[in-house]
Design a protein around this ligand. Structure first.
Ligand code: ZN
Length: 311
């Protein structure tokens, strides 16, 4: 097995960290994000889309469209307010994407794959815990003027509704535009599940490494593929967010759960990092922590031959 520790691509970067004594193996996807404090008065074509107001009274006030092209009243951000928002954005998006997905390496090498005992050892942190890889996620901000190219450019708008002019429905965020209200767990109207909108929108950026004009560049809603084949399909329709309860609970549906669908980017990368193409299994951390994965005979043998592996 050839192990690549880091892979840097235009869609996202990833890093494989082998297990150590008592420390699980990790596969961390790192997304470089340019989070932009959107000036509501700047035209979309402007080279300067950001504005920080010294005071609320001096803020620019204008209208910016949501996903349904409804113009919402917004103001420019104050710098301290945007700093707090950015920190919360990173914290909440990482909270939702981190620590839910666990990948289990194949016990037996399948045809064409070479997984030596030494390789298998890189997934073992303890004798009493099944060999596994924890899937992680990190946001790295790309500041204004940085020479580094971001993987994702996301505009943050500061809603500023007038008391006598409350919009008839909430702002509908999309991959490139979120609001100051999108970094908390909320229950959107008509939905049954708690959801962090910012984490969902960041998820859309975890598609394939293809040009932005290719639909595969974005990770779509969980049932987009099936729904988009219907003759009466309307993009963004409710059907995309999950046609069954279990799919609706998913983060790329209307909930917060990471499922086989959200695991796709990690599965693709673990194959590339390890060159092991087949036999990976996914398990949610809750089930893994309940010791629902037995210790394989191979793990017992490999650990017995390596006294440095702790109990
Ligand atoms: Zn979405």
């Amino acid at each position: 097995m050839v192990q690549r520790r880091t892979i840097a691509q235009d869609n996202f970067d990833s890093e494989f960290r082998p297990a150590g004594p008592g420390r699980p193996a990790e596969l961390v996807i790192r997304l470089r994000v340019r989070l932009l404090a959107r000036d509501p008065l700047a035209p979309a074509t402007s080279g300067q889309l950001e504005h920080f107001a010294p005071t609320t009274a001096a803020a620019h006030i204008g209208r910016l469209n949501d996903a349904q092209e409804y113009p919402f009243r917004c103001r420019s951000w104050l710098a301290p307010e945007f700093a707090a928002f950015s920190a919360k954005f990173k914290q909440m998006v990482e909270l939702v994407w981190n620590n839910q997905l666990i990948l289990l390496p194949p016990n037996v090498a399948e045809s064409g794959d070479v997984l030596s005992d030494a390789d298998y050892l890189t997934f073992i942190s303890r004798r009493g815990l099944a060999a596994h890889v924890r899937c992680g996620f990190e946001i790295e901000f790309v500041p204004a003027g940085s020479a580094s190219t971001p993987h994702a450019i996301i505009e943050a708008v500061r809603l500023w509704p007038k008391d006598d002019e409350i919009p008839p429905f909430p702002f509908r965020a999309f991959a490139s535009r979120i609001t100051n209200e999108d970094v908390e767990f909320t229950r959107p109207p008509g939905q049954s599940f708690m959801h962090v909108t910012a984490a969902h929108e960041v998820g859309h950026w975890l598609g394939r490494d293809v040009p932005a004009s290719d639909p595969a560049r974005f990770l779509h809603h969980i049932d987009w593929q099936k729904c988009s084949a219907y003759p009466d399909y309307v993009p963004g329709s409710d059907c995309e967010y999950g046609r069954t309860l279990s799919r609706r609970m998913a983060l790329m549906g209307s909930g917060s759960l990471l499922t086989d669908y959200e695991a796709g980017p990690w599965l693709l990368r673990i194959r590339r990092h390890t060159q092991v193409l087949f036999g990976w299994k996914l398990i949610h951390r809750i089930h893994f922590n309940n010791f629902q994965v037995p210790i394989s005979d191979r793990q017992k043998r490999v650990a017995a031959a390596n006294p440095s592996v702790p109990p």
